[in-house]
Ligand binder design. Structure first.
Ligand code: ADE
Ligand code: ZN
Length: 346
């Protein structure tokens, strides 16, 4: 238990950096493999979990792409999304923006609509059944070329009503944001919000490129921004949201222990970090686990927990009216929690 575990649990939260394929739990990996007649190179759930011992991002991505090969039918995508939404509903997540990777499915013969229809149907059912709200962000795989991203954007154009934005993920080093300048410009012109992983493993220059060449609306990770004072100033001036993923950073060895996590320094430098799970099945935890891991290691003050949770709502890709309402609801939720919850620190 972390010092503020109860507070973390009761706070309303928004998660804006989660790859749905990274929420595939080993149990579901096995059941979908069986349902679809696919053989896996693992004998048991424990063997799978043992394999989740990564040295870097690429090490993880190799398993991530292998894992998603069990996703084949509309029902598979439905089950995956439903399991994630039910799980984070239990963490009191009220709103979530969820990445999906069509280029991880198309080459396997899984259609864009098969994937999107299943994800969307689960979102609709869960919103109706327990009120959680979710939006979809389509990511381009940066290890592929820009022409492939352009073709993927073409497929998304008829689904603008179901996709709020586009993102950039996969192997960062050697694949700078500038490689995707044209497709991001077209996505912007088509009305999509823009986001890119930058500064997870890549240098501060990749964050500059995401800002100045792609024109992103927020940055995924951004940890390495702290190596560049001018960049920190720019991010603070722009009030740019940084979607930080603590357990991911630990498991992919961006930090060697949670006590070294830069998130408090980010807050102190007037940046706008929020807390997210990235690939919760692979990195050992969902939203509250990420908050609690930080809380335990950094000995948070209550104010820091509130600021991080509020930043999650600030980061949302919603119109200003909806966002103001969500922030009002968050502030009201905080007041209720403060009035009711037993707290470990005054
Ligand atoms: N795809 C899924 N998780 C990712 C991460 N942490 N970084 C880059 N690409 C990803
Ligand atoms: Zn990510």
């Amino acid at each position: 238990m972390s010092p503020h575990a109860q507070l973390i649990k009761s706070l309303p939260k928004a998660e804006v950096h989660i790859h749905i394929e990274g929420s595939l739990e080993p149990e579901m990996l096995f059941s979908l493999a069986q349902r679809n007649g696919i053989s896996l190179p693992f004998g048991s759930v424990n063997e799978v979990r043992d394999a989740y011992d990564f040295s870097n991002l690429q090490d993880f991505l190799d398993l991530y792409y292998q894992g998603m090969s069990v996703l084949q039918t509309e029902q598979d995508f439905y089950d995956l999304m439903r399991a994630y939404l039910e799980r984070v509903h239990a963490d009191n997540v009220k709103y979530t923006e969820i990445f999906f990777d069509p280029q991880g499915h198309l080459p396997r013969g899984v259609g864009f609509d098969t994937c999107l229809d299943g994800l969307w149907r689960a979102i609709g059912d869960c919103e109706r059944e327990f009120g959680i709200r979710a939006k979809l962000i389509m990511c381009f795989l940066r290890h592929l070329d820009e022409a492939d991203a352009e073709r993927t954007l073409d497929l998304a154009l008829v689904h603008k009503d179901r996709i709020i934005g586009v993102g950039l993920d996969s192997s960062e080093l050697g694949h700078p944001p500038e490689k995707f300048k044209s497709v991001f410009r077209r996505a912007r012109d088509e009305g999509f919000k823009l986001v890119a992983h930058a500064g997870e493993e890549g240098p501060p220059d990749y964050i500059w490129q995401a800002l100045d060449i792609l024109g992103v609306d927020r940055i995924d990770h951004g940890n390495r921004a702290l190596e560049d004072d001018a960049l920190v100033k720019r991010l603070a001036a722009d009030k740019m949201s940084l979607t930080v993923c603590p357990l991911s950073n630990l498991r992919l060895r961006g930090i060697s222990q949670m006590a070294d996590h830069p998130i408090r320094r980010m807050l102190d430098m007037d940046l706008k970090p929020c807390v997210n799970s990235d690939d919760p099945s692979y990195f050992g935890g969902y939203m509250n686990d990420n908050f609690s891991a930080l809380d335990k290691a950094l000995d948070f003050k209550e104010d820091e927990v509130f600021a991080l949770a509020r930043n999650g709502f600030e980061a949302m890709f919603l119109g200003s009216d909806e966002k103001s309402k969500a922030l009002e609801n968050f502030d009201a939720g905080v007041s209720t929690v403060m009035a009711q919850a037993p707290r470990s620190q005054p």
